[in-house]
Design a protein around this ligand. Structure first.
Ligand SMILES: [Cu+2]
Length: 74
């Protein structure tokens, strides 16, 4: 199974605490390998048989931020 990369654009992050909250929320989702999380953005890869980018955005939204899937396609 191959993982596919994702990038989330996240509004409402300001500091290291926000980064930790987002990272924890993403790591709690099955099928996700969290890469870099910084203020305003999170990247990583996911197993498309286990989860979706929308599920990741929803997980971030549940902890209080506004997340959108960034279209990285051509
Ligand atoms: Cu913060």
């Amino acid at each position: 199974m191959s993982e596919v990369p994702f990038t989330l654009t996240i509004e409402g992050m300001h500091c290291g605490n926000c980064v930790r909250r987002v990272k924890t929320a993403l790591e709690a989702v099955d099928g996700v390998t969290v890469g870099a999380v910084e203020v305003g953005r999170a990247t990583g890869s996911l197993d498309p048989e286990e989860t979706t980018t929308q599920a990741l955005a929803d997980a971030v939204t549940r902890v209080g931020f506004k997340a959108a899937v960034e279209d990285t396609g051509p």
